[in-house]
Design a protein around this ligand. Structure first.
Ligand code: FRU
Length: 496
């Protein structure tokens, strides 16, 4: 009975998407190679999985408007995480525990069991006395059409955890048991709660995997937990963590006690637009993460839903990144190699000296490009240097590498007439002789990577095609460039 309601609500939403998607494609801010929904609102990546030979991305989705509300799960598949085919919505609000216009089917994950694809998600509802979040299950034989489990919810908020701060289950299997980590808040401090189950349906609380003493906010959204090498990683997005939007901890897990002890912490991305990353293990054994390239209204730098809002859509994903463990147990986040398939118009320049007059360079059409810069630090006398990106001579994004103070900045105050703020982070220069920088620019985003992909800043910049000039400039002395390589990026989104 209720699964008929689910199907009706999916059909209704699908018809709405079909009626709006051509209009959304006309949007001037649409990304060319970063994942977006066909129309409407998108936030967190959900249920990422490599299943039956295809990459499946699900996503938090409001198909009816370009702002958040009544969460559905969108669904798309791909062979390479670049070329996408949209499938019917996987989940829509339909049950008392997930049917609310300010609730719905919130974030979660997926797992294959008994040949079926299972989605484990948070149902959010409100019976009149505040929001209630519970963990729920849906399953599918074909990986396209899902049935909600008749005995949902499978987990309710435990004693001491407010019912509106208990969400985002990430599930995995170890040995014969299933495990799940869930974001929660207790006494105004964040927690990652660990559950376990023998059959995926019946869950018992196991332990507090890790918790904040206040330094990482009051609520961890979208926790994710996975092994890498001989270590374990806990990732989360803290609410109330100041300018932090995505944190990782590296340590050890004791499967006997369900306790995670960590010795290393770091920022996955220091930018304003990287949130709620989720990971999955792919066919090549790579641990890949995908983040939501946007910000919430409760974040200090939030302004409004941005220029794409009026085009009938809002939100995109960051480029998928492969997680790699370093010798010192810190992590690197390297954009997937598949991106190279989109390269065109390669230009390589070598051995250049840059001074305080900006030196323009070609990079594809100046809007969508990939860039690799190698700087000879040993031969450089400049105090700092900057990349002046997506410029029209007036507006531009300024990415500065301050060698003297060992800091990096992404200044978008004057980048597009809308965006605000300047991100900052330390640079790991140490006694490095060569510094490498990578930039991925798309219609409305710029992702900058350095320090071997340990220091990353991803920010949205809503710049039209007229902002297509790019340059490099130094301050107080010469900058020695070993090489500057650029490629244009072929458009793959909105092409079908
Ligand atoms: C994170 C988040 C999750 C929640 C979802 C709702 O961005 O707030 O905690 O499940 O978005 O759309």
């Amino acid at each position: 009975m209720s699964n008929n309601v689910l199907q009706d609500n999916i059909d209704k939403a699908q018809a709405h998407i079909d009626s709006k998607k051509e209009q959304a494609k006309q949007g001037k801010m649409r990304q060319r190679y970063h994942f977006m929904a066909e129309t409407g609102w998108i936030n967190d990546p959900n249920g990422l999985i490599d299943f039956n030979g295809k990459y499946h991305f699900f996503y938090q989705h409001n198909p009816y408007d370009s702002y958040w509300g009544a969460m559905h799960w969108g669904h798309a598949v791909s062979d390479d995480m670049l070329h996408w085919e949209y499938l019917p919505l996987a989940l829509a609000p339909s049950e008392p525990y997930d049917n609310h216009k300010e609730g719905g089917c919130f974030s979660g994950s997926s797992i294959v069991h008994d040949g079926k694809l299972f989605l484990i998600y948070t149902g959010t509802t409100n019976y009149g006395e505040g929001f209630i979040q519970t963990q729920n299950i849906a399953y599918s034989e074909d990986g396209i059409h899902f049935t909600k489990y008749e005995n949902n919810p499978v987990i309710q908020a435990p004693e001491g955890v407010p019912a509106d701060l208990f969400r985002d289950p990430k599930v995995w299997k170890h040995g014969d048991m299933f495990y799940m980590v869930c974001g929660a808040s207790r006494n105004k401090r964040s927690q990652a709660l660990l559950y376990r189950s023998a059959d995926l349906y019946h869950w018992e609380f196991f332990n507090v995997l890790a918790e904040s003493r206040g330094e990482w906010g009051y609520m961890w959204e979208c926790p994710d937990f996975y092994p890498i090498g001989d270590k374990f990683v806990l990732m989360f997005s803290p609410m109330g963590g100041g300018e932090r939007s995505s944190v990782y901890l590296v340590g050890d897990l004791n499967y006997e006690t369900g306790k995670f002890t960590y010795s290393v912490s770091g920022e996955i991305d220091w930018g304003f637009d990287f949130y709620a990353p989720q990971s999955f293990l792919d066919r090549h054994g790579r641990r890949i993460i995908v983040g939501w390239a946007n910000a919430w209204d409760w974040m200090p730098w939030w302004k409004d839903w941005g220029p794409s809002f009026t085009e009938g859509w809002c939100g995109a994903f960051n480029t998928p990144r492969e997680v790699m463990l370093c010798e010192d147990n810190t992590l690197r986040f390297v954009p997937i190699k598949e991106l190279e398939q989109l390269h065109c118009d390669e230009v390589l320049r070598k051995d250049m000296v840059v001074e305080d007059t900006p030196m323009p360079f070609a990079a594809g059409d100046g809007v969508a490009f990939d860039l690799e810069l190698e700087v000879d630090l040993a031969g450089t006398r400049a105090d700092e240097f900057s990349l002046l990106l997506r410029s029209d001579g007036q507006k531009q994004a300024v990415i500065t590498f301050d060698l003297k103070r060992q800091m990096m900045y992404f200044d978008r105050e004057n980048s597009d007439g809308w965006s605000k703020g300047c991100t900052k982070s330390p640079l790991l220069l140490a006694d490095k002789r060569v510094m490498k920088i990578r930039v991925l620019s798309d219609q409305s985003s710029i992702e900058v990577f350095t320090d071997d992909y340990k220091t990353n800043h991803s920010c949205n910049v809503f710049a039209g095609n007229g902002q297509n000039q790019n340059a490099i400039v130094a301050k107080n002395g010469e900058l020695k460039v070993i090489s500057l390589k650029t490629w244009g990026m072929i458009k793959v989104m909105d092409e079908k």
